[in-house]
Write a protein that binds this ligand. Sequence first.
Ligand SMILES: Cc1cc2nc3c(=O)[nH]c(=O)nc-3n(C[C@H](O)[C@H](O)[C@H](O)COP(=O)(O)OP(=O)(O)OC[C@H]3O[C@@H](n4cnc5c(N)ncnc54)[C@H](O)[C@@H]3O)c2cc1C
Length: 321
Amino acid sequence: MAAILVYSEQADTALELVGAARGLAPQLGLTVSAAVLGAEAAGTAAAAAALAAHGAAPVYVCTEPALEGLDTAVVTQALAHIVEQAGASVVLLGSTRRGRELGGRLAQRLGAGCVTDAISLTVEDGLLVAGRYNLGGATVQRETIATPVQVVAVMPKIFEAGEPGGAGAGEAVVAVSAELAAPAVKVVDRRPKEGQAVDLAAAARIVGVGRGLAKRDDLPLTEALAAALGAELACTKSLADFGWMADDRIVGLSGAKTAPDMYLAVGISGQVQHTVGIAQARIIAVVNQDKDAPMFALADYGVVGDLYKLVPALVERLKTL
Ligand SMILES: Cc1cc2nc3c(=O)[nH]c(=O)nc-3n(C[C@H](O)[C@H](O)[C@H](O)COP(=O)(O)OP(=O)(O)OC[C@H]3O[C@@H](n4cnc5c(N)ncnc54)[C@H](O)[C@@H]3O)c2cc1C
């Protein structure tokens, strides 16, 4: 029987994809298998065991030395080999930075069609249908792939990993050996990201900042507000794309899913790709100069006005409490 093959270099994402595959497999008449790649047997064994426990059977494990660092070109070779061995007709990847690149490379190598950034997967008339945002998120486009092998990279945190179990829970792990060309890129140094890491998912209070902020130099204004509230500072994807704030400060579809007691949105319009990240917030407050900004529809409290006047006034007021 042909298979859905799941792979992501992120262990959590791989488990989510197995959860998705378990839902789709019976409708497509496919089985669920997974791949784990890496040069270290110890690290890969734990990941393979978790995937097997969640119902992937078998889990193909390749620990060739060339996979050190998971260079995407080398991962493509290994995965193409496993796709053939597994008889996979659907390949689900995580739509991470690496996963998006891998999707294109793998599809090209397999002569397959590819969809990246999928936000939904359904089966209609026996066909796998992938949804993805179009026109900057204003619409959702639904795509099917016509080639015999289909490669789909799915956004992280769309699907639940689900409980351990499933058709082949705990079944075989298959060791794969493949002749892999060495990476063309030599890694000479690895350094941790500069700046403090932040765990927005665990934050009790968050001040989110958006493009209402006119320039990077104005960030201290909102930092002062976050400090006065004892809150973490977060942002929309736009500010991270400008390089004003780190990617781990993004809230939303491409960033953190948060559940704070209070989320204060400053100069944020409230596009759905942002607000999915605050669906679990207990109280939502908004500062925006546009009274029609969609963010107000979600708000428990809101002030219509210029953040450059309101934020300093709010900080001064908080200092007196
Ligand atoms: C596939 C995909 C994934 C995405 N993922 C994410 C994600 O994870 N997170 C995310 O945030 N976005 C994401 N986006 C982008 C998202 O669609 C929006 O473009 C983005 O959230 C808008 O950011 P913003 O609210 O900062 O900017 P804008 O939409 O430009 O809104 C700025 C707001 O500031 C207000 N404003 C302007 N000046 C002032 C002032 N002086 N005082 C007060 N208010 C003012 C304006 O009235 C406006 O409402 C994604 C998009 C796509 C296509």
